[in-house]
Every structure is written in C-alpha cells, then in structure tokens.
Design a protein around this ligand. Structure first.
Ligand SMILES: [Zn+2]
Length: 249
C-alpha cells in the first residue's frame, strides 16, 4: 500500500481530456478526506497514512463536482491591483476610488468620505509610483487599525468576558487574526477594508481562542454564543480578497 505524501500529483479524470493536477496536504489530526478548490486548484486534505488509492478513488467519485467548482471559480472576474487611479480601494466595508497624484510636495493618504475617494499624494522624489503607493496604503491601513481596533477589542472583551494580554498588528496574505498561548492577539491591518461588524466578528473569534486554542466543537459553541457570523465574514473576506490584499510590486 502506497501512503500519501504532501505535494502536487496528477490524475486522469473522465471529465477532462488532459490529466489534472491536484495538491495533497497531510494533516496528522484529520480523520477524513476533504476536498476544496483554491485558486482553481484541487486541494485534498488527508489524514496521515492515507493510501494514495483512496485519494484517487475519492477524486474520481467527486469529479463532476470538481469540474463544476473549477469552472465556477474561473468565471469570477479576476482583479489585478496595479496601484493606479480608478481602482477600487476598500475602507470600512465601502469601495472607495483610488486617486493617485504624483509630483506633490510631500507624501500623504487622504480619505474623502463625500466623494468616496482615497487620494494618495506622492512626492516628486518618488521613482517607483506603484511601490510607494502600496507602502503608503499599508501605512494608512495600519494607522487606521491602531486607531480603531483597540476600542473594538475592549468592547468585544467585555462582551465575551475573555481578555487578551496584548495587541499587535501584522500584514498577512490569507490570515485576519491570530491568538497566542501568551494571550496576545494579532490582527491584519487590512481588516480595516472590511465592514466594522466583520472586524468585530474576527476579534470575537480570536478572543474565543483564548479559551480553546483549536477549532473544536467547544470552541465553536463558545464562538457562536457571542457571534454567529463567522461563515458570512469568511465569505466576505474571501470574495473581496483580490481587491483588499495589497500585493507586492
Ligand atoms: Zn480560529
């Protein structure tokens, strides 16, 4: 019996003429196989010591679902951030328009709530416009997070009855929050792109990890007692990821 190892593999499915690539991730604590389509790629999560035959028959059984899911994900229009004027830029759950001004006296980011624009002013010294725009936008989100999240956190702590020991911020690509054994909580400043109630949902989720450091049933029972919006929040963050994430240039 051949046992699955993590990595990329190919399988010939009846629904496709060419062999299809799939990624395998091995999780020691997992008991069943799971399947998802991530960035139009097939991802199979398996328990350790899972026979490769079992993965292949599982993929064959699910092939019609796989085909539908892949074509659905590819029909979603792809957005590419180029850091140019006119692009959408999210702030507190609203899509603003990015407006870039070059050759200015200094650098700044200004939010105009009235005409829903976020203007980036770049000094005449700036050589790489896109890179500098990204840098200023990240600094803007961090500043907003430092301004708004501490109060949201204490309100959520009151609500949940669990208190963090410290708060910090870190930019991640696919993570929104993080909770450490020490009681420290960490949030992604890009959360400031999301509506406030979604930010609160992420905060409550992380606070619940102070009691349960896993995603066990008891964790979810506790999380649901204070907020049952996790699924919707996750959907929002996923659906807006391309517009929210600020890719390096
Ligand atoms: Zn979690």
């Amino acid at each position: 019996m051949q046992v699955a190892t993590p990595g990329a593999f190919f399988i010939q499915l009846d629904v496709y003429t060419e062999p299809t690539q799939y990624l395998v991730k091995v999780h020691a604590r997992r008991t069943r196989l799971s399947l998802e389509i991530k960035h139009q790629q097939i991802l199979v999560k398996v328990p350790s010591n899972c026979p490769t035959d079992l993965i292949e028959s599982f993929l064959r059984k699910q092939q019609h679902w796989i085909k539908r899911a892949i074509s659905k994900s590819s029909s979603v229009t792809q957005f590419h951030r180029n850091y140019q004027s006119g692009e959408p830029i999210w702030f507190k759950g609203e899509a603003f328009t990015l407006d870039i001004h070059t050759q200015c006296h200094g650098s700044a980011v200004i939010v105009n709530e009235q005409d829903k624009t976020i203007s980036v002013f770049l000094s005449a010294k700036v050589k790489h416009t896109a890179r500098q725009t990204r840098k200023l936008l990240r600094a803007f989100y961090l500043e907003q997070a430092q301004l708004i999240i501490p109060d949201l956190l204490s309100a959520c702590e009151q609500k949940v009855g669990l208190h963090s020991s410290s708060l910090d911020f870190k930019f991640y690509q696919w993570r929104w929050g993080c909770c450490y054994q020490s009681g420290k909580v960490m949030f992604n400043p890009l959360l400031m792109a999301a509506p406030i109630e979604k930010i609160e949902c992420v905060i409550i989720h992380e606070l619940c990890h102070l009691k349960h450091m896993d995603h066990s049933r008891s964790f979810w029972a506790l999380n649901r007692r204070f907020c049952d919006q996790c699924h919707k929040t996750k959907q929002w963050l996923k659906a807006h990821h391309q517009e929210v994430y600020l890719p390096p240039v």
